[in-house]
Structure formats: structure tokens, C-alpha cells
Design a protein around this ligand. Sequence first.
Ligand SMILES: *[C@@H]1O[C@H](CO)[C@@H](O)[C@H](O)[C@H]1NC(C)=O
Ligand SMILES: *[C@@H]1O[C@H](CO)[C@@H](O)[C@H](O)[C@H]1NC(C)=O
Ligand SMILES: *[C@@H]1O[C@H](CO)[C@@H](O)[C@H](O)[C@H]1NC(C)=O
Length: 269
Amino acid sequence: MIAIIYILLLMDLSFAAISTSAFCECSEFKTSIECAQQYNCKWSTSCKDKICSDFIEESECDRASDCAWNDTQKKCAQFTSCSNYKVNQASSCQLKDATCIAGDPNPDGSYICQNGTILCSQISDQKLCNSDLYQSQHEMCTYSSSSCQSVDISKCSTITEQFICTSLKCSWSVTNLSCLEGTCSSYSSPDMCSYVSAESIGTKILCKWMDNSCIEANDVFALTSSNCYINTGGSYAWIDGQCKECHSTKFGVLVALNAIFSVLLALML
Ligand SMILES: *[C@@H]1O[C@H](CO)[C@@H](O)[C@H](O)[C@H]1NC(C)=O
Ligand SMILES: *[C@@H]1O[C@H](CO)[C@@H](O)[C@H](O)[C@H]1NC(C)=O
Ligand SMILES: *[C@@H]1O[C@H](CO)[C@@H](O)[C@H](O)[C@H]1NC(C)=O
């Protein structure tokens, strides 16, 4: 009897799909390789957070919170005040800091940034609307039905655009034209079969390739030092020779987008 209960318990455990909202921070990476794959981490005997002056590229500098590119000095420094920044594209002001928007265009086409928040509905230019602008932490602007609208990207089910839906690893229902929680089975090749988004963006369901199909994973034994981090969307790291879940959970929608972006970058390396 005890043996049967034990077996049932084991079976139950082995069928539990892994869902995680962990997000590894620099200090949790134990190998220089994984550390170096993070745009915001640097390795010096251990993995540490970069400080502003460590960023040598404008785009990475601007993505880092609290840092912004100083055009006069041609280096990355602590963000100062919106009005100190001049940019060539209106959408770039928000990259300097979430509190900045573009002012009116100068005669040469550049913009001085100013304090302010974005209201998607007030943007008339389609290109500007579709340039990764955020009205808030979880509302993204997107051009749809001839106007600029905000899309709530905190959940799969509130996303109305196919592109945003699939970028965030939710699944797009062609029959209902709606966005739903991601499903592993929608991936038909082993290299795509990594993880999908749960209904709440930032929570991931891990997938694994088995018997020629992509199914929900109940363990991470097949992951290696080179794909542990990438295939878990930044939730697991290679620690002491094993793929282990990280402890930090600093996970928001923007972090999710950032993670997808850095995973894409890592894949291109
Ligand atoms: C860039 O650095 C210079 C010199 O330190 C400073 O005067 C200027 O305000 C900085 N620019 C911005 C945008 O912070
Ligand atoms: C813009 O915001 C900064 C930081 O909150 C503040 O110090 C500054 O006075 C503001 N500038 C204007 C023009 O309102
Ligand atoms: C489409 O919507 C209907 C009604 O809400 C639902 O029952 C059905 O499962 C949905 N189909 C898909 C493929 O999501």
C-alpha cells in the first residue's frame, strides 16, 4: 500500500509541468560564459552588475535603468534630466528614461527631450506609434484600426496584436483572432521548443522535446551549460554543474521583453 502511494506520488510529481517566474540576476551566474551573455553583467572573479561607465554602446547604455548615453562625452553615464538629451528619433527619448518624451522637432529634425509621459492615443504617426513606446510599465503603443492604441501586455489574453502575442511567447488563435496562454505543442521543431508564456506574462512554462513533439517539461535534465539560461528564458542558470532555478524574481513585462531581446542577441552570437 505504502509502495503504491509512493509510486502514485512519484507519478504525480513527474507530471507536474514546470512553471517559473524566476529571473536570474548577475550575481547568480557562476560561469563567465553565462555572465558574458548578459548585456548588463560583467565578469571579474564573479559575476557583477555593470555600472553605467562599463557600457560602451549607446543602445545598451540606454536600455540600462538609470544610465543614459552622454553624447558630448561619448560615454555612458548616470541619467541626469530629460531636457539635457537631444535625439534624432522621437522614440529615443523614452530610452533615456521612462519619464522622458520628445519635444517638438527642431529644424534639423532632431528633438530635445522633455519631462512627460506617453499617451498612445495622442500619437498620430504610425511609425512612431510602432516604435516600442510604453504608456506605462505594462501598456505598449501599437497602431491598429487607423489609430494608435495602448495594449495591455501584462496578460496573454489582453493582447490584441498577433505580433506582440507571439513575441511574448503566448499563442495566437487564428480561429478566434485572440491571444491565449502559450502552448508547447505549437512548436514543431526541437530548437524552438524551449518555453512558453503562461497567461500572466513573466511566468513561463518550460517545454521539452520528446518523441518528436514539444511537450510541457517536468524536469530540466536535458539542458546543458550552453542552453540552460536561454531555453528557460532567463529563469535558470548553470550552477555547480546543474541547470538550477534562480532565486530572484524581479520580473516585469519590460524585463520579459528585455530577456527575449537578450536571448535573441545571445542566439545571434
Ligand atoms: C554630459 O557630460 C557633460 C560634462 O560632464 C555635462 O556637462 C552634460 O550635462 C552631460 N550631458 C547630459 C545629457 O547629461
Ligand atoms: C523634470 O523632472 C526632473 C526630475 O523629476 C525635475 O528635477 C525637473 O525640474 C523637471 N523639469 C521640468 C522642466 O519640469
Ligand atoms: C475560441 O473561442 C471560443 C469561445 O470563447 C472557445 O470556446 C474556443 O476554445 C476558442 N478557440 C481557440 C482555438 O482558442
